[in-house]
Write a protein that binds this ligand. Structure first.
Ligand code: G6P
Length: 483
């Protein structure tokens, strides 16, 4: 049966594991996007989630026709998938949107890049075709993220009747960064996005970057209309190939994803988390804790966070043997050399700090490289200070989760680079992510903050963090698409 509501995203709500005896089992997919969307989508009857088969086990599940209701996995050819996901989405678009390039060496747009771009086009075509096939007349389709920036335009060509939305969970590159792309590629990217009726971003800054970047992107006329303070911005446009006719409009709006307080508190008080909390308490005793939880992701700025902690121990030696830094940095995108090297650098720097300052009774940094959500929730409950210092981040849900779950109140040290900064800055201690000394001083101020002030700030942070929980985040986008 054709669906009225569709979501298209690289990752699905589940993934498969293939046992040695050939049995397939389904488990919940990873990543922040998945957790938010799964709950929200469950409330939309008959909704369909279209995702890529990510592994051999997923492809095997598709081959055997194993199907979970409400999910369609696309068995994309592994080479095409690698080119699109590792080659373009994670190595080019992620780097552009997060401003991560080390300019003397990168980016390099050569023949190999073109080959990968072709894979990215094929991957986007597969999603557009599947959406076109599954959508009921006039259905709403919500396409997610930089993996699928071309799909809105492709889907518009196939099914002009649909209401198409696209949401970007990352920042959007500033216009100067976007202009690094070869002109024809930038044009495909911008016009792919403009195929949507509505584009969503977590913050006004990221939306503004998109609108500012459409100028001069070839292939047609695109006029930016900026609005600040409440009203959405928009782009009116017409492709040269469409001939004369009215301009189409793409509305650019912000939907700052928040957390569902009841759901998160429920998860944080499961017996499994209580056990992890008891284990952590036994490990850290009555020392103060500085907690961080990230994927080992270049944009999360884990290395400068460790350098700031090191500087704190030098400039405020009174904290030695009185504080522990709990850093969860769980593996991510380990197919890419630069991510493997970064993970190794995090391990090495943490070990160097432990060697430099550790004593027989005190280990200054405890690094966990496991993807252990229960342990992270236990650390959230225990945290005296939360360190969230990305160089650039679409939203950063950890900054929102910790104040909601924290037991005694927790001071949030938050960088200006996080999307969450726009909503949380009033009650966080804010830092420039590159300024290690200022971050060390913010950690000192956070550790020294009186308990009453800390608790008051945490309450206000929790209110801001829960302003737009996932279900409302999704329904407000669907409502806007349908009007
Ligand atoms: C970012 C993206 C998400 C993605 C997550 C994990 O937050 O916006 O779409 O799910 O990173 O990345 P991965 O490459 O592991 O899916």
């Amino acid at each position: 049966m054709a669906s009225q509501v569709l979501v298209a995203a690289n990752r699905g709500p589940l993934s498969y594991a293939l046992a040695a005896d050939g049995t397939l089992s389904a488990r919940r997919g990873g990543g922040g996007l998945v957790s938010g969307l799964s709950t929200a989508l469950a409330e939309q009857p008959g909704a369909l989630w279209i995702c890529a088969a990510l592994s051999d086990a997923d492809r095997e599940a598709v081959r055997r026709g194993v199907a979970e209701p409400g999910v369609r996995m696309l068995p994309i050819d592994p080479d095409v998938y690698d080119g699109a996901y590792n080659g373009i989405a994670n190595s080019v678009l992620w780097f552009l949107h997060h401003h991560l390039y080390e300019i003397p060496r990168e980016p390099v747009f050569d023949a190999e890049f073109r080959r990968r771009w072709d894979a990215y086009v094929t991957y986007n075509e597969a999603f557009a075709a599947a959406c076109a096939e599954e959508a009921a007349e006039g259905a709403a389709v919500l396409i997610q993220d930089y993996h699928l920036a071309l799909a809105p335009g492709m889907l518009r060509e196939l099914r002009p009747d649909l209401r198409i939305g696209h949401f970007t969970h990352t920042p959007w590159a500033s216009p100067e960064f976007l202009r690094m792309l070869p002109d024809d590629i930038r044009s495909q990217l911008v016009w792919g996005m403009l195929g949507a009726d509505r584009l969503g971003f977590h913050t006004e800054t990221w939306g503004m970057n998109f609108v500012s970047g459409v100028d001069g992107s070839g292939n047609g006329t695109a006029v930016a209309h900026f609005a600040r303070g409440g009203n959405p911005s928009s782009v009116t446009h017409r492709k040269d190939t469409d001939g004369p006719g009215p301009l189409r409009e793409t509305v650019v709006d912000t939907y700052p994803l928040g957390v569902d307080a009841d759901e998160l508190r429920g998860l944080a008080h499961r017996p499994e988390v209580d056990d992890k909390l008891a284990a952590l308490r036994a490990e850290v005793g009555d020392l103060k804790t500085i907690v961080r939880v990230d994927r080992t992701e270049l944009s999360k700025n884990i290395l400068r966070g460790l350098l700031a902690y090191r500087e704190l121990l030098i400039s405020h030696p009174e904290w030695r043997e009185r504080v522990v830094h709990l850093a969860s940095a769980y593996p991510s995108r380990q197919d890419l050399t630069v991510y493997r090297e970064y993970t190794e650098s995090v391990r090495e720097l943490a070990a160097a700090i432990n060697t430099e300052f550790g004593t027989a009774d005190w280990q200054p940094v405890l690094v966990s490289v496991e993807d252990d959500f229960a342990r992270s929730l236990a650390a959230y409950r225990l945290a005296d200070v939360a360190l969230v210092n990305p160089v650039r981040d679409g939203m950063n849900l950890v900054a929102k989760e910790i104040p909601v779950v924290s037991e005694a109140g927790c001071v949030l040290v938050l960088s200006t680079g996080a999307g969450a900064y726009e909503e949380l800055r009033a009650d966080a201690l804010t830092v420039n992510p590159y300024d290690v000394t200022a971050t060390a001083e913010a950690l000192h101020a956070a550790l020294s903050m009186p308990a009453a002030e800390r608790a008051d700030r945490t309450k206000r942070l929790a209110v801001a963090a829960t302003a737009l929980p996932p279900t409302q985040w999704l329904t407000s986008q669907l409502d806007a698409l349908r009007t």
